[in-house]
Design a protein around this ligand. Structure first.
Ligand code: GUN
Length: 296
């Protein structure tokens, strides 16, 4: 079998267009422009690229983008004071603090100081609790993007065996909650799981989010399964730097029914979902109907 390639780049463009159309209506009918504030502390080059991309795409969707770039030695009280200002600003509907933060800052404390209604990353403990109890919340962007692609490909996910490899707070755990919410039978596996290959072979839906290049080979994939590869790893191959996922693409694509490539799979969906979450937060803040198909 040769797998159907799930084109995350094209899907993300569709999501961004949907967001932009809704934003245009909000402006015209309600005089409201959604606003996203992104806070970057320090000069981490990868984070700078992400933040720049977020700013560009926020503008392209017709939203306001507020960038706050702080020096690496910013004190915790100063950062918390900025977040308090953004929490109180009615023009700001979404707040994202780029992670990782410099070591002297307590990430949990900082994230939990964001107004949960503006927490477009879905990392605040209130949103984690709401998601875990099946209540309306802000949902982390990467797992939300994966869920959208899975729903688009399969329609209903009910009754499917889903295996999530990886237990991070950003991807693995919320991904498992979302799949459970869509009535999958969910297993969370990780690097210490016994017989990991065997566990993966049971999956109708296999989500790899471990951050280890090409860790999942094709013979861990059940024939016909849908493989979602969240990994983005830079490796050197034949003297060149190459982006690879957590799945060994060629061998997995020979067995799977559908697979997301790296690059061009899950990656582009993350920022698209950040824009969707900002729009959702703006609609909720103003008591307006939420965009359809853009939330969990
Ligand atoms: N750093 C890498 N990915 C993310 C993300 O999704 N959100 C935030 N805030 N920081 C990140």
């Amino acid at each position: 079998m040769t797998a159907t390639v799930i084109d995350g780049k094209a899907f993300a463009a569709k999501v961004r267009a949907q967001v932009a159309a809704h934003v245009a209506r909000l402006k015209e009918e309600n005089g409201i422009t959604p606003g996203l504030a992104v806070v970057l502390v320090g000069e981490d080059p990868a984070s700078q690229v992400y933040v720049r991309n977020k700013g560009v795409q926020t503008h392209e969707a017709g939203m306001n983008s507020f960038e706050h770039k702080l020096s690496a030695d910013t004190s915790e009280p100063d950062l918390l004071a900025l977040i308090a200002t953004l929490n109180a600003d009615p023009a700001v509907h979404g707040i994202l603090v780029q992670l990782p933060l410099p070591k002297h800052l307590d990430s949990d404390l900082v994230i939990n100081s964001i107004n949960p209604a503006k927490d477009v990353d879905g990392f605040h403990i209130s949103n984690v609790g709401l998601l875990g109890t099946g209540q309306k919340s802000m949902v982390p962007c990467t797992p939300l993007g994966c869920l959208m692609m899975l729903r688009d490909h399969h329609g209903s996910l009910a009754g499917m065996n889903a295996v999530v490899v990886g237990r991070s707070n950003i991807v693995g755990k919320p991904m498992a909650q979302l799949l459970l919410g869509d009535s999958c039978t969910v297993t969370i596996a990780h690097s210490r799981t016994k017989d990991l290959a065997e566990v993966c072979r049971r999956a109708d839906i296999l989500v790899a989010a471990v951050g280890r290049p090409e860790m999942v080979p094709g013979d861990w994939v059940k024939p016909g399964a849908t493989v979602i590869d969240v990994g983005i790893n830079r490796i050197e191959k034949d003297g060149k730097v190459k982006l690879v996922g957590d799945v060994h693409y060629e061998s997995a694509a020979a067995v799977a029914g559908a697979i997301t490539p790296v690059p061009g799979g899950v990656g582009p969906m993350t920022i698209a979902c950040l824009l969707a979450n900002t729009l959702t937060a703006c609609c909720r803040a103003n008591g307006l109907a939420e965009p359809e198909g853009l939330t969990a």
